[in-house]
Every structure is written in structure tokens, then in C-alpha cells.
Design a protein around this ligand. Structure first.
Ligand code: 4AD
Ligand code: MG
Length: 430
């Protein structure tokens, strides 16, 4: 019976059968060292010419990086082997030949991006993809355990939602539609049915800016809930981020090690309450601590967000942004009509905005005014405004950029490594 490398090492002795790919190979005309790789780990395997048939020896000699194979042998502890165990091979079968795997010496960023389909096999990408899987699982787990239903909005949408300059317009049978920037406008109607809902789905942003934190297609974890107070939305966003980080710390120790991530930097997020501050206070702090003066009413830019993230070892919740910089659906603060009951969460270590959120405006004429100010015709949004016409309730929600969270948890230089096939303005292949 074939078992995984990880399971084999757990047994630690006796006869084992494994399958996988050649990760490394070297040797002489008497001895070949083949490091075998499967999804679980790597292990050093030795083939000794004297101890196997001629056929097996010939096959062993033909093995190159990424050849796939099955083997059987005796496993034992060996301090010198890369993962502490070694298999003395008694039988071996080549499954898929591989000569000249393209990724060997040239590992420039461009080359690896062109060969992304092959680079996914690297230990680095394997580690990141496992952590990504944990984060997705944690999102489902968090929401389901808090009484949220999973719900889906359409990807083809009749209107924009987060700003016209960043929306993808797609031909649609003589008409056109927009790719979803958020699930929100078709999610709000569903809270009248399910009350508490969530999704993880692709969102699309035609961001022309080439940065280390923007993708044109990203996976958006969003929630919407009826009867919410502004604080409830903040609590759930904090709870979700904590749940994601906790799950990775518990389940992906080995992967974090492969990525050389300093886990001490993640621990405060699980243990400590996130600081909550306001946009206006942040401007004061920026001036006081960093001598950065920003005119009240201007949005925070990357430089400011990065500065702010230096002050905290957990994500920070910034509430009550100026109304003019935020989306049309955000609720005006009843105590100060210049700001909205919206918030962003900024990740530590300069990973930027990981959550955007708000309590939703209930007043139809305010929403209509906001739409007109951004050049939209409120009549195109009648389906949305009906949520305020027929039994409206206080509600709110947030969206978390999963790749930004993954990039931060893994300590990546770029968001592009947080997803298998990143889509950016200058890359949509392979
Ligand atoms: O702040 P945003 O635009 O908020 C919304 O879309 C709301 N409708 C969410 C809601 O209330 N349901 O986007 C939410 C998050 C951002 O905080 C960021 O983490 C991520 O989505 N995000 C991106 N991630 C990767 N690439 C991009 N181009 C992103 N744009 C936003
Ligand atoms: Mg935002």
C-alpha cells in the first residue's frame, strides 16, 4: 500500500511504498540519491547498484528532476538526510519520464511567472497553497459557526459598485455587463431572506496600478448581516482575521518554516484586541509621530497606511472616513454627516488594507444623491433601492481580500504569490 512521505516518516521504520516526483538527484556509478517529493514532504531515497536488479538500477540512473515514480524500500532515521529519514530502495518504477524540467537554474521572477504552471510544484508554492487552503477553510468555518449561510451573487452585474474607473466591462449579447467588484449589491437583497450571509468568490478590479498588493482578479471573502450595529461588523471582521491567523498557526507550522516566516509577528493578532481608532485621530497621529500632514478629506494612501502599520503589532481598525472618499452605500454618521460609519482594517508590517466595510445607508434620498455625485443614474439601481423600500432594516457588511491576508500571513514580497495564477494588468497567461 502506498502511503505519503509524511506518514512514512511517522512510522519511521520498516518497509514503505511511496510515490511522487524527483525533487533532487545526485550520485555515482554505484549509488544514487533521489530526493522524492509528494504533496506532504520530501525524503531522501538511496539506490545501491549492488542491491537491486539491473533494470531497477538503469531506471534509477535515468531519473531526473520531476520524473514521477513509485518506490518501495526500508525507511530509517538518518540525521544527515534533509528531512531526517532515508529510504533504502529495493524496488522502483518510473511512472512519467521527465528530461530537462524547464525550471532548474533560471529562477528570475519573469521566467517563473512565464512558467507558473510548473513553478506551482515548488516547495515554496506548495507551502503557500496549503496555507491558502487553510485560510479558505477558516473563513467557511468562522462564518458557519457564527450562524451565517453561504450565499452567491452573480459575477455578471448590471451596475458598478466600487467605482467606475476600476470596473471591467464585458460584451453581453449586444449589450454589456460588468464583472463583479463585490458581491454586495446582490447580497443585500438576500439578508431579507437569510439575515446573515457570507461568500468567498472572485472579485474583479481593473486597477491599472502595478503594485505589490493589487490583482485584477482576487478572492473576496464577504459578509452581510441584517439588524447589525456598526460594532457588530467590526467584531466579525476582527474575529474572522483572528480565526484565519489562528488556523494557520495551528495547522501550517511546517509551511511557515519553509517560508521562513517569523511566527512571533503573527501571534499578537490572535492574542490581542485590535486597536480601533478614527480617520480623524489617525491624521493627528500621522502629523505628531511621522510629521506627515494630510488635509482632512483626503483618502489615506499606501505610504500613510504603511506608516500606520508600523505603530501596531496587530491589524488596526480605522473608522469614520470622510464621506467623499467612500462608497455611495455607506451610512452617514448620525453624529457627524461629514463622515461615514465605515471602516478599513490595515494589516501589520506594511501589507495594507485587508478589509473594507460599513454600516449601510438606509435613507434612499441620501443614496440617490451619492449615486448622482459619482455620475450614476439612480434608476439603474432601483433593484438595490428596493432593499430600502420594503421593510428596510439596519444592516452592514465587510469584504476581506484573501490574497492580502495570505500575503501577510506568509510574509510574501508580493500578493502575486498568494494565488496560483495571478492576474495583473500586464499578465493573464498562463
Ligand atoms: O474596500 P473594498 O473595495 O470593499 C468592497 O468591495 C465592499 N463592497 C466590501 C463589502 O462591504 N462587502 O474591497 C474589500 C477588500 C479590500 O479591503 C482589499 O483587502 C481587497 O478587498 N481588495 C483587493 N485585493 C486584491 N487586489 C485588489 N485589486 C483589491 N481591491 C480590493
Ligand atoms: Mg477599500
Amino acid at each position: 500500500m502506498i502511503i505519503s512521505i509524511q506518514e512514512a516518516m511517522k512510522h519511521g521504520k520498516g518497509k514503505v511504498s511511496l510515490h511522487g516526483w524527483c525533487y533532487r538527484e545526485r550520485g555515482s556509478n554505484k549509488l544514487r540519491f533521489i530526493t522524492l517529493r509528494d504533496s506532504s514532504n520530501i525524503i531522501q531515497c538511496v539506490v545501491e547498484k549492488e542491491k537491486v536488479s539491473e533494470k531497477i538500477w538503469k531506471d534509477a540512473e535515468s531519473i531526473r528532476i520531476e520524473t514521477s515514480l513509485e518506490l518501495t524500500g526500508e525507511i530509517k532515521k538518518d540525521e544527515r538526510a534533509p528531512t531526517g529519514y532515508e529510504v533504502a530502495v529495493t524496488d522502483l518504477k518510473i511512472i512519467g519520464k521527465c528530461d530537462n524540467f524547464p525550471i532548474q537554474k533560471d529562477t528570475s521572477i519573469e521566467f517563473l511567472a512565464d512558467n507558473r504552471h510548473l513553478w506551482l510544484r515548488s516547495r515554496r508554492m506548495t507551502a503557500i497553497l496549503k496555507i491558502r487552503s487553510t485560510v479558505f477553510g477558516a473563513v467557511h468555518q468562522y462564518f458557519r459557526s457564527h450562524g451565517f449561510y453561504e450565499y452567491q451573487s452573480p459575477i455578471f452585474q448590471p451596475t458598478q459598485a466600487e467605482g467606475g474607473s476600476e470596473v471591467f466591462k464585458v460584451p453581453y449579447f449586444g449589450d454589456f455587463v460588468f464583472l463583479a467588484q463585490t458581491w454586495q449589491l446582490q447580497a443585500e437583497p438576500a439578508i431579507f431572506s437569510l439575515e446573515k450571509i457570507y461568500t468567498i468568490a472572485p472579485s474583479f478590479r481593473a486597477e491599472k496600478s502595478k503594485t505589490s498588493r493589487h490583482l485584477t482578479e482576487y478572492w473576496h471573502a464577504e459578509m452581510e448581516m441584517a439588524w447589525s450595529k456598526f460594532e457588530d461588523i467590526q467584531d466579525h471582521a476582527e474575529g474572522l482575521i483572528k480565526a484565519c491567523v489562528k488556523a494557520v498557526l495551528e495547522n501550517n507550522k511546517d509551511e511557515l518554516k519553509i517560508l521562513e516566516r517569523d511566527v512571533k509577528k503573527l501571534e499578537p493578532t490572535v492574542k490581542k484586541a485590535f486597536p480601533r481608532t478614527t480617520y480623524t485621530d489617525v491624521l493627528k497621529e500621522l502629523e505628531k509621530k511621522a510629521k506627515i500632514k494630510i488635509e482632512w478629506g483626503k483618502d489615506l494612501r499606501t505610504v500613510e497606511e504603511d506608516k500606520i502599520s508600523e505603530w501596531y503589532d496587530t491589524p488596526v481598525i480605522i473608522t469614520r472616513y470622510p464621506k467623499i472618499v467612500k462608497a455611495f452605500y455607506m451610512k452617514e454618521d448620525p453624529e457627524n454627516p461629514k463622515v461615514v460609519l465605515g471602516f478599513d482594517i490595515i494589516a501589520p508590517e506594511g501589507y495594507g488594507e485587508i478589509v473594507g466595510a460599513s454600516q449601510r445607508e438606509e435613507n434612499i434620498s441620501k443614496i440617490e444623491d451619492n449615486l448622482k455625485k459619482i455620475g450614476e443614474n439612480p434608476r439603474d439601481y432601483d433593484f438595490y433601492l428596493d432593499t430600502r423600500r420594503y421593510g428596510s432594516v439596519p444592516h452592514g457588511g465587510f469584504g476581506m481580500g484573501t490574497e492580502r491576508v495570505i500575503a501577510w500571513i506568509c510574509g510574501l514580497d508580493s500578493i502575486k504569490d498568494a494565488i496560483a495564477f495571478p492576474r495583473t494588468p500586464d499578465r493573464y497567461k498562463p
